[in-house]
Design a protein around this ligand. Structure first.
Ligand code: IVH
Length: 588
């Protein structure tokens, strides 16, 4: 799979046409012009009408086999009826529509993952992942432009190939039969203007000599055919002054730095700001306020700062604020994460999203509490804090748009019913970073109550299944934030479930299946703490020593229980032995 020569302007296009005309020595010819997609090329092989294998362009000679992932691309037919050839090959471009690209990057930003620079990179990344399930979720498209049998076009003209591909169910690009240079030029001009209206990125127009016989006569140069040219649209880049860097707080509390730019026209549109994603992005580009930067605008994608064009004379570094610019609560950036987050669940910037999360079916489950209602509740100032939901009155609700008596009563019932939802749902509803539904279940089971969760130190938290340093740090910081403690107290007052119905015992851990008895005074653990620690590590604590006891943990002034243990030959541990087994050191 080879490449194409480029024409960077209309003169170069005219030069190409002149060469063709000379080589064809006066023979009449015409062009098939198609949009040039900005993706990655892929060959798809079919046998007896069935898709068999897909290979990317790779270095042109050896590609990468992406068969299983390609199978998940919706616009790639897996079966082609009535194909007259036992074997054929289709070549085309894999692309990611702009909408899917933006959604994917927004999700990645939320998760603190690195961002794809453009839809082409994300299409390539998505096609080459190990898990076809991921490819499937990325909404890739395949647009075909060649139909080959034994490596050669089977139709007499390129136009006829595109028609055949279309009939076979392939998506083909917008195209035009052009009798000459002028028509190609106007097709190029038309799409240079309209490119933003397409749901995917194009970076030019490909003009191909339509007749395959003439293509063969024109032949190839080292890397590209003499019968085709890629007209490239002008890059939509410009240089401008980075006047400032501000920080926006997103719906989920992630802080996103944004570039404030001296207004500049890029591809016909005035650009005044651009996203900078996160602190690392700024550091990697070595951006400082006062620099002249290169800005790119590509399609609907938000303008992007590509890098520093010239360092400013009085350049000033950007510092991520340590407190939220909206609510002044502390900011957390977890280790290994690119994103900094506001920790206040009720931060006005986050409130709507926090409410939607809290009310979601899999969380506290308030049916009817969707976008429309949440928007009204927040915009009218009726809810400033998640806990305000429990103070809403019939009069307040019935006054809202599109709300009748019946639906207001229903919402109130649903809110009331949510008070019975188990502790893990309440924990997950708080919106603690990195504490999803599953972790919330482990925390509820392992700790038994909201109070334990609020007060447990990090070592204690880490005894809970699947809780590591990142989650335990996030929980501690969450509860260190006064707004969050206030939220918890108000939810308690509203009557939500703060105890887990089940005994606080983990289903796994180093002590799973072991029964303990505690006796005497341990050096640094109260009886309750020791019990909680054993239970969180999967063990069980009982009051008296019997044959069923596996271990007795003894401290100073241990009494008859220790004697009994010795009598029955039951192992006796001190506090250190217990901690060693569980894996926590003293004074943690
Ligand atoms: S024809 C001999 N048609 O552009 C290669 N290529 O810059 C002929 N591309 O590698 C390719 N849209 O990945 C052709 N309508 C189109 C295209 C197209 C995008 C890509 C293709 C090729 C690259 C060359």
């Amino acid at each position: 799979m080879l490449s194409l020569d480029n024409a960077l302007n209309e003169e170069e296009l005219a030069d190409f046409d002149r060469r063709v005309r000379d080589l064809l020595a006066g023979e009449p010819y015409r062009y098939a012009a198609e949009l040039k997609l900005d993706g990655l090329s892929m060959a798809a092989h079919y046998e007896n009408g069935v898709f068999k294998q897909a290979v990317t362009r790779g270095d042109g000679t050896v590609g990468e086999d992406v068969t299983e992932n390609a199978r998940t691309i919706r616009t790639l037919p897996l079966k082609v009826a009535d194909a007259p050839w036992p074997k054929f090959e289709v070549r085309g471009e894999v692309i990611m529509p702009k909408g899917a690209f933006e959604k994917l990057n927004a999700e990645r930003e939320q998760q603190g993952l690195s961002l794809y620079a453009n839809p082409r990179n994300s299409a390539a990344g998505s096609l080459r992942v190990l898990d076809p399930g991921i490819t499937a979720s990325r909404r890739l498209e395949y647009h075909a432009y060649f139909l080959l049998v034994d490596g050669r076009p089977v139709m007499e003209s390129h136009w006829a190939s595109l028609d055949a591909l279309q009939r076979m169910g392939f998506k083909v690009e917008k195209r035009k039969l052009c009798p000459g240079l002028e028509e190609i030029q106007s097709f190029c001009r038309e799409w240079a203007e309209k490119r933003d209206s397409l749901p995917y990125e194009i970076d030019g127009v490909v003009a191909k000599i339509d007749s395959v016989a003439q293509q063969e006569r024109l032949g190839w140069r080292a890397k590209a055919p003499r019968w085709a040219i890629a007209f490239k649209f002008t890059a939509r880049q410009a240089e401008t002054l980075l006047e400032d860097i501000i920080v926006n707080v997103g719906r989920t509390g992630v802080l996103t730095p944004a570039a404030i730019l001296k207004p500049v026209i890029v591809g016909g549109v005035t650009v005044t700001n651009a996203t900078l994603h996160n602190e690392d992005y700024i550091r990697e580009l070595d951006l400082k306020i006062g620099d002249t930067v290169t800005v790119e605008r590509s399609g609907d994608v938000i303008p992007k700062v590509l890098g520093v064009a010239r360092k400013g004379e009085h350049r000033r570094p950007f510092v991520m604020p340590s407190r939220c610019p909206v609510c002044d609560s502390p900011i957390m950036r977890a280790e290994g994460e690119a994103a900094s987050r506001c920790l206040n669940t009720n931060c006005p910037a986050r409130l709507k999203e926090s409410l939607l999360h809290f009310a979601a079916r899999s969380v506290i489950d308030i049916d009817g509490m969707g976008d429309a209602l949440v928007n009204q509740l927040v915009d009218r100032g009726l809810v400033k804090n998640i806990a305000d939901l429990y103070d809403l009155t019939f009069e307040q609700l019935v006054d809202l748009d599109r709300m009748g008596d019946k639906s207001a009563r229903k919402i109130l019932d649903n809110i009331d019913r949510s008070r019975q939802k188990p502790l893990d749902r309440v924990i997950s509803g708080l919106g603690i970073p990195f504490v999803g539904e599953r972790t919330a279940q482990f925390l509820a089971e392992g700790l038994g109550s909201m109070d334990e969760l609020m007060h447990a130190d990090e070592a204690r938290l880490q005894l809970v299944e699947e809780v590591g340093p990142k989650v335990s740090e996030s929980i501690r910081k969450f509860f260190a934030e006064p707004h969050n403690r206030e939220l918890v107290e108000r939810l308690r007052a509203a009557g939500l479930q703060f105890e887990s119905g089940a005994p606080a015992r983990a289903k796994a851990g180093p002590l799973l299946g072991l029964t303990f008895v505690l006796t005497g005074t341990l050096p640094s653990l109260s009886r309750d703490d020791a019990k909680a620690m054993i239970e969180a590590a999967g063990g069980k604590v009982t009051g008296s020593v019997s044959k069923k006891t596996n271990v007795v943990v003894a401290g100073d002034e241990a009494g008859s229980k220790l004697d009994k243990a010795r009598e029955l030959g039951i192992p006796v541990w001190d506090e250190k032995a217990l901690r060693d087994k569980i894996g926590t050191a003293i004074n943690e």
